[in-house]
Design a protein around this ligand. Structure first.
Ligand code: CO8
Length: 258
């Protein structure tokens, strides 16, 4: 059951699936759609039976960007006063892993939404781009910051300054996506990865995600120290004892998420 207008949220076993569902506008990201995504992800975050989350769109479009029709008339003072796009970052506070499964267009805010997730799996026909320059604006939701970290300065500059798109295979070569699959296999492949993640100790998975994400914020020395402290803290958990004991006893572990 699902009471949303612009998305579909479903639980598939231990995986929370969010499908952007505004087909007539190619899943353009309106305020309403973003609130619903944040809400659905928060519900999955709070659900102890959900271990990982997938965000996907349609075969034609993951999302064709922020809603241009909604933004067209926004004034500077409107944008500043309501801190336009700030609510988007709520998604990055999620502690469970989020996989973006991208078929079709991931443009502008759509590309930024995909990059806010922890990994991107793409269908062969996926198209990534930051075309804001063509509209007289610039990426406003992390595009200039996350794209350079994903693919390096020269490629990020080319995409952001020309508005040229990148296809799925180039995106994989550049490191933006972890895997490219035939379009019809996208969701099953993403689900396989999500189920695998959800099968491990959720405590340990959250620590691993937190450690990797800290590399965005910290110097190498501080990051390595933070990682080591988290690593030490796994030895205070039931699941580290269980995982290593199961290995030694040649049996499958039973995780208790503590
Ligand atoms: N906003 C609003 N409506 C859109 C958007 C959009 N971004 N993209 C497509 N649509 C609508 C079209 O207006 C059209 O509606 P209608 O039928 O009423 O005319 C419908 O979706 C179908 O689109 P097209 O007819 O254009 O379909 P095509 O297959 O011909 O083309 C494209 C597909 C190439 C994806 C084309 O639609 C396109 O170029 N879209 C705009 C892409 C773009 O510029 N995106 C960047 C937007 S700016 C942005 O994201 C700012 C980032 C700031 C942060 C974001 C956080 C929200």
């Amino acid at each position: 059951t699902n009471t949303y207008q612009y998305i579909i949220a479903e639980k598939k076993g231990r995986v929370g699936l969010v499908t952007l569902n505004r087909p007539k506008a190619l899943n353009a990201l309106s305020d309403g759609l973003i609130s619903e995504v944040n809400n659905a992800v928060k519900v999955f975050q709070d659900d102890k039976d959900v271990g990982s989350i997938i965000i996907t769109g349609s075969e034609k479009a993951f999302a064709a960007g922020a809603d241009i029709k909604e933004m067209e008339k926004v004034t500077y003072s409107d944008a500043y006063n309501k801190d336009l796009l700030a609510q988007w970052h709520d998604l990055t506070k999620t502690r469970k892993p989020i996989i973006a499964a991208v078929n079709g267009y991931a443009l502008g805010g759509g590309c930024e939404l995909a990059m806010m997730c922890d990994m991107i799996i793409a269908g062969e026909k996926a198209v990534f781009g930051q075309p804001e320059i063509k509209l007289g604006t610039i990426p406003g939701c992390g595009g200039t910051q996350r794209l350079i970290r994903a693919i390096g300065k020269s490629k990020a500059m080319e995409m952001i300054l020309t508005g040229n798109n990148m296809n799925a295979h180039d995106a994989e070569k550049a490191g933006l996506v972890c895997k490219v699959v035939p379009p019809e296999e996208l969701l099953s492949e993403a689900t396989k990865i999500a189920e695998k993640i959800a099968s491990y100790s959720q405590l340990t998975v959250a620590m691993a995600k937190e450690a990797v994400n800290s590399s965005y914020e910290l110097t190498l020395q501080e990051g390595i120290r933070f990682e080591r402290r988290l690593f030490h803290s796994t030895f205070a958990s039931h699941d580290q004892k269980e995982g290593m004991n199961a290995f030694v006893e040649k049996r499958n572990p039973t995780w208790h998420n503590k």
